[in-house]
Design a protein around this ligand. Sequence first.
Ligand code: ADP
Ligand code: ASP
Ligand code: MG
Length: 424
Amino acid sequence: MARIVMKFGGTSVADLDRIRNVARHVKREVDAGHEVAVVVSAMSGKTNELVGWVQNMPKVAGANHSIYDAREYDAIVASGEQVTSGLLAIALQAMGINARSWQGWQIPIRTDNAHGAARILEIEGTEIIRRMGEGQVAVVAGFQGLGPDNRLSTLGRGGSDTSAVAIAAAVKADRCDIYTDVDGVYTTDPRIEPKARRLKKIAFEEMLEMASLGAKVLQVRSVELAMVFKVRTFVRSSFEDPDAPGMGDLLNPPGTLICDEEEIVEQEVVTGIAYAKDEAQISLRRLADRPGVSAAIFGPLAESHINVDMIVQNISEDGSKTDMTFTVPSGDVEKALRVLGENKDKIGYDVVQNESGLVKVSVIGIGMRSHAGVAATAFQALAEKGINIKAITTSEIKISILIDGPYAELAVRTLHSCYGLDKS
Ligand code: ADP
Ligand code: ASP
Ligand code: MG
């Protein structure tokens, strides 16, 4: 007997038929004698609809940086998961399974008060564990928690993955299965590159990079938690027949295991390609080349919670002036330009330019630590396709390249194939 946390994403619970199908997956594990907690997302499209409603409400008079009360945003967008948790509990009961729904505040899943992107601080797992011991299935609403101000909080988009891994850690589950609309983690987004291959295993560090660099198959924070708490996490499909052979395999279920790199026997140099759309580039021209300039630029941006990513600095020909170029998410450009405008005198630049609609493609693999020439291969392959590189950043296990938006798919496919990742 094992203790299993099963998470089902938005497309897996998109309508009542699919919720009944999810119930069959749960039944399989219950019938095998396991203790089960389930985490559900909202029906696909629901959270977007709720966010849209909030955004269309009138702005608070005089509000400058925040356009709405983030606590009310959370009260609204958390509701999608309340619906699916109740529906799944009913579907399970109809199959003769003892089940009940749990909202984040009922457990409680305690978070900080960063409404809209809260972090889980603590989960009170005792009652769920006790009831699982009595054979009751806990159906937990993902994405939501309870803030220190006693208000509902949400964990950021895609946050049900994090709810699931955190609950798995809290109840000391043997496994956390993330069921989604693909049957595992692929070498790149299979919707962009049909030649992408499913990975049997991927190292935590690589999955962390893939997720941070745009592969939305798992929320970044869920991978961090899985790594820290050593949660055995699988990504697998909810669309396969729940009772097909092997689906209930305890040690080797179908899908991709996220694990320590030591568990991976045949490590490739490059494991995957990720991409992130909607990047924007901002350039400050003719800055004084003196200590403190970077601090004057990036300090106020950080204070305004603007996430600056790639930074490139060029010295002018005579060495007296410098240009600073950096990227931010497209949605933050306006805010960033405003902050830079307010600090123009302190920073001391001539002009500011910006360009939106860019894409960051990234090559990821822990094998890069011990292999030279990985970056050169990417640059050569992109050059052959006439794709211009606007900025580059690298770390031990990844190379990120900024390019024009329309080349995104071509760049992903080119990089995927130049490292031999295409399936034969
Ligand atoms: P869910 O609603 O189940 O949480 P998501 O839409 O958040 O599902 O994540 C699954 C999607 O992630 C897939 O449909 C796929 O298009 C996308 N994806 C991006 N990169 C990858 C990758 N490397 N491997 C698998 N899926 C990926
Ligand atoms: N429903 C939430 C979202 O769409 C959380 C999730 O699906 O993981 O972001
Ligand atoms: Mg998701």
